[in-house]
Each structure stands twice: as structure tokens, then as C-alpha cells.
Ligand binder design. Structure first.
Ligand code: SF4
Length: 141
């Protein structure tokens, strides 16, 4: 199976994705990659390679600037914090299922206010809700 690519902070973005995005093209791509891919049965087997440049989610984003981002400083901070917390290294390939196991083990409820500081979607609360569900499912025998 061919791997998709994710910046470090896009693992948690994908966990919390609820159909909201920057514009129609961005949201259609997120729907395809995340809602119709990772969030579906069998999505846990999806291979993801960690990159530190534009990834499969950035592709159609109106803020993408080549391999970079119009908000590069903010994105660098997000990626650095998420890579450190989730022990993600550039070039590493893991499954979405493994990524969720890592998130459940290493991120606690309430952590997103610092981990995702500066993200415009944080106040919606959908990412904390998704994180709480993941942690709860992880504890279910
Ligand atoms: S805002 Fe930047 S990091 Fe986020 S999806 Fe768009 S191009 Fe990628």
C-alpha cells in the first residue's frame, strides 16, 4: 500500500476533522483523505509518512505556498510541538491505527490548548471531543 504524507500536526487535525475547512476545495480533499479514508472501516491500516513540508492535506489549501505555508512560523511551531509529543520523526512511516494508539497514550484531555495553540479551529471544541472519545475507546477492554 502506498503511503500518504502528513505534517506532524495533521495527525491530530485528522482525528478531530468534522467537515470544516478553509474553502470548498480544501474541504473536498479533507473529506476524501480523512472522512472517506482514515475515518472509515479499514482506515486504520492506512500508511502515513511523516514530512516537514506540504503534505496530502496541504495540497489544495489556499494558504499553501509551494512546499511551504503562508503561516510558516505558526505551522513550524505546531509541527515541532506535535512531533515532540507524538515522537514523530521526519521520514518515519506508521499506520493510522498506530498513530491513534500513540495519541491516546501521549496526549491528555486539555492538552490541545497548548499543543495546538494558535489554531483557528481549536475553539470549536471538536478536536478535544474527538480526543476524549479516542482515549475513552482506548480504555475499553
Ligand atoms: S494552513 Fe498551511 S499547514 Fe495548514 S493545510 Fe494549509 S498549507 Fe498546510
Amino acid at each position: 500500500m502506498r503511503a500518504i504524507t502528513f505534517r506532524p500536526h495533521h495527525f491530530l487535525c485528522s482525528l478531530g476533522y468534522q467537515g470544516k475547512g478553509y474553502d470548498d476545495a480544501f474541504t473536498a480533499n479533507m473529506d476524501q483523505v480523512v472522512a472517506d479514508g482514515l475515518h472509515q472501516s479499514g482506515g486504520d491500516d492506512t500508511l502515513i509518512t511523516v514530512v516537514r513540508q506540504a503534505d496530502v492535506i496541504c495540497g489544495p489549501c489556499p494558504h499553501r505556498r509551494g512546499e511551504g505555508c503562508a503561516s510558516q512560523d505558526k505551522i513550524d511551531g505546531l509541527d515541532a510541538r506535535h512531533a515532540e509529543r507524538l515522537n514523530l520523526t521526519e521520514g518515519e512511516t506508521l499506520t493510522w491505527g498506530d498513530a491513534k494508539t500513540r495519541i491516546a497514550a501521549l496526549v491528555k484531555s486539555g492538552d490541545l490548548s497548548t499543543l495546538c495553540q494558535g489554531c483557528q479551529w481549536l475553539d470549536l471544541g471538536v478536536c478535544e471531543d474527538a480526543l476524549a472519545r479516542l482515549i475513552s475507546d482506548d480504555k475499553t477492554p
